[in-house]
Design a protein around this ligand. Structure first.
Ligand code: SF4
Length: 452
């Protein structure tokens, strides 16, 4: 009898796509493959890559080259958004003979004969971290970086000494923590894939294919399974969740939320993420559910404070309509808001950038991410005039990230009133510095990307 094949999975994707890698992994496991712990041990490697930003394409290429050097005889299949968006670039930059590209569905079907949807339908993903062989704190350092882990350690001390609740709020409002569980279980459930819009900078629709929704009964069953495990928090994942159901011509986002929230009065959902257009269309529902505390976090990207730039991006909404509603929810509810700001889009003048900075400061949302514009193949934006020089883009990024750090410092300063001034200053400096840590001059983590 022949030995079962060993396959190693590697990735540099956002949370949405890494959910799908888990589905793939589970499909291979059910088909009898052995899941290898490293590329060296594997007969085959499946690499799921991010194609949404040039930085992460480069990171994927480096990782694939490393895999090829330690495992020269393994077949390497590249999948995920990267395979759909930038396969040519990977082909040019990777010197490995046995290199293939395929969408995830095809990877699973061609290797195992199993349909992706079949696994996805009945596979529950818990996001509980595996602490085996490590302390919680070491895990935290690896995931969020030493700077944010150090902030958590300091806030824990202040909470003990002063009877405050700073650590919890920091975790609720800081990138790297919000979608994971260390203190309270949370399950992630993919409800849509890809995006129905055509923003001029974004390659996600190329990378993720047609916009699709997971049928309502499948999502409801997954939420029921979470509740049976005692989990009362779920994250609904999708590159754009707000148009849920538009492809099925059946239940829409409102029906989805009502159906799952009716299952348990203590259940809270986070949405990652919703575009402004469906937010506006469904505003009364969002207003009600945020007000009732049922929506824990809403990831709602505005991208720019300049109407001119938003039009060039093909975003299709009016700031004077959405901003007052966004502000209203921020001021009157406890929902955590997460917003992306895209910096250096072609034609962005100092005034346009200033409008973005002003809007961001004015809204005072809890989580803000500044993402540098990056040219993506087969999108309209690279053909637009007035490209922004890299040095200007870099300066604007530093500027915006400095503003984000300052906003975070101010928010925590207010919450630290009882803390002695020296200690307070020290911890506020740590908080601000942790906001400014980046990789290669860009925000760390593919999940920051405009589409992620
Ligand atoms: S930026 Fe968002 S809304 Fe626009 S096409 Fe990309 S994923 Fe869709």
């Amino acid at each position: 009898m022949s030995e079962p094949k060993k396959v190693f999975f590697a990735q540099n994707t956002c949370i949405n796509a890494s959910y799908d890698v888990n589905v793939l992994r589970e499909g291979f496991r059910r088909a009898g493959y052995v899941l290898a712990d490293s590329a060296e041990d594997a007969d085959e490697v499946v690499f799921s890559g991010c194609g949404a930003h040039q930085t992460w394409v480069n990171d994927a290429i480096n990782q694939i080259n490393r895999i090829a050097s330690v495992s020269p005889n393994a077949k390497v299949t590249v999948t995920g958004c990267l395979a759909g968006i930038d396969a040519d670039r990977v082909r040019r930059s990777v010197t490995h003979e046995a290199l293939a590209f395929a969408p995830q569905q095809e990877v699973l079907k061609s290797h195992t004969g199993i349909d992706f949807d079949e696994i996805d339908r009945n596979y529950d993903q818990e996001s509980a971290l595996d602490y085996e062989g490590s302390t919680e704190f070491n895990q935290l350092r690896i995931r969020v970086g030493t700077e944010k882990a150090a902030v958590v350690a300091e806030l824990q001390k202040l909470d003990r000494e002063y009877g405050l609740d700073l650590e919890k709020y920091y975790r609720q409002t800081t990138k790297g923590f919000v979608f994971y569980q260390e203190n309270e279980a949370v399950d992630m459930i993919t409800v849509t894939r890809s995006c129905p819009y055509k923003c001029s900078f974004c390659a996600i629709p190329q990378g993720r294919g047609d916009y699709t929704s997971v049928p309502l009964d499948v999502v409801v069953e997954k939420v029921r399974a979470s509740l049976r495990r005692g989990t009362r928090r779920v994250v609904l994942l999708g590159d754009e969740v707000g148009n849920y159901g538009s492809d099925l011509h059946g239940p829409r986002i409102k029906d989805l939320l009502e159906a799952i929230l009716a299952l348990d009065p203590e259940l809270r959902v986070s949405l990652r993420y919703v575009e402004p257009k469906p937010f506006l269309k469904n505003f009364p529902m969002f207003e009600r559910l945020c007000g009732e505390g049922r929506i824990e976090l809403l990831y709602l990207p505005l991208q720019s404070g300049s109407q001119k730039i938003l039009m060039a991006m093909n975003r299709g909404y009016q700031l004077d309509r959405i901003v007052p509603l966004y502000r209203q929810l921020r001021e009157t509810t406890d929902t955590i808001f997460f917003c992306n700001w895209l910096v250096g889009f072609p034609g962005e003048t100092d005034e346009d950038f200033g409008a973005t900075r002003m809007l961001m400061s004015d809204l005072g949302l809890q989580i803000n991410t500044a993402v540098p514009y990056s040219e993506r193949p087969n999108t309209p934006a690279p053909h637009m005039p007035c490209k922004i020089p890299e040095s200007v883009k870099e300066q604007r990024l530093i500027d915006l990230r400095g503003t984000i750090a300052e906003m975070k410092r101010r928010e925590f300063d207010l919450r630290m009133e009882p803390v002695a001034p020296n200690r307070r200053q020290h911890v506020l400096d740590l908080i601000a510095a942790a906001e400014c840590i980046h990789v290669d001059g860009f925000a760390s983590g593919a999940s920051d990307v405009a589409s992620a």
